[in-house]
Design a binder for this molecule. Structure first.
Ligand SMILES: [Zn+2]
Ligand SMILES: [Zn+2]
Length: 158
């Protein structure tokens, strides 16, 4: 009698132990599911983040604008090299070689344009000269805003 009691107790203990294991397993599975969900949500949210920086190129020949991914531009095996800060690309629209320049964004209207001061600076630098200050101006071709003036005024307002 006493022996069978112990067996019964052991059996029921073993059973409850088994239930506990199942419970822990279920809890673990729940955690894994929550973890997977959190990861999915994280990835989703990450995908919705605003882009670090849009790099828009414009063809000086046909005015075609296109976006270039930073990794395409600055990847190690890129023809332009990782340290080249002013890459010139071939136009994917009209096919003109070395005709596409990185654009600046107008702070007033948001339009994209090739910075004139950048072009002037590059021309002078290629001759080993400093660009004169009065040449270093940028006017937005979309709205006619003087970019340097805009920044001057904006700084004053703050
Ligand atoms: Zn073009
Ligand atoms: Zn503008």
């Amino acid at each position: 009698m006493a022996f069978s009691d112990i067996t019964r107790k052991l059996f029921s203990f073993g059973q409850s132990g088994g239930n506990k294991t199942e419970y822990i397993l279920a809890a673990l599975l729940g955690l894994v599911i929550i973890g997977a969900l959190a990861l999915t949500i994280n990835t989703y949210m990450g995908g919705n983040k605003p882009k670090a920086q849009e790099i828009i190129f414009e063809c000086a020949s046909c005015k075609h604008q296109f976006e270039v991914k930073p990794e395409e531009l600055y990847s190690e095996d890129s023809a332009y090299g990782p340290m080249m800060d002013m890459p010139v690309l071939d136009c994917p629209s009209c096919g003109t070689k070395k005709s596409c320049w990185q654009t600046s964004k107008c702070p007033a209207c948001g339009g994209r344009f090739i910075s004139q001061s950048m072009m002037v600076q590059m021309q002078y630098e290629s001759r080993g000269q400093m660009a004169p200050q009065e040449m270093m101006r940028d006017v937005c071709p979309h709205c006619g805003q003087d970019i340097i003036e805009w920044y001057k005024q904006n700084r004053k307002r703050r």
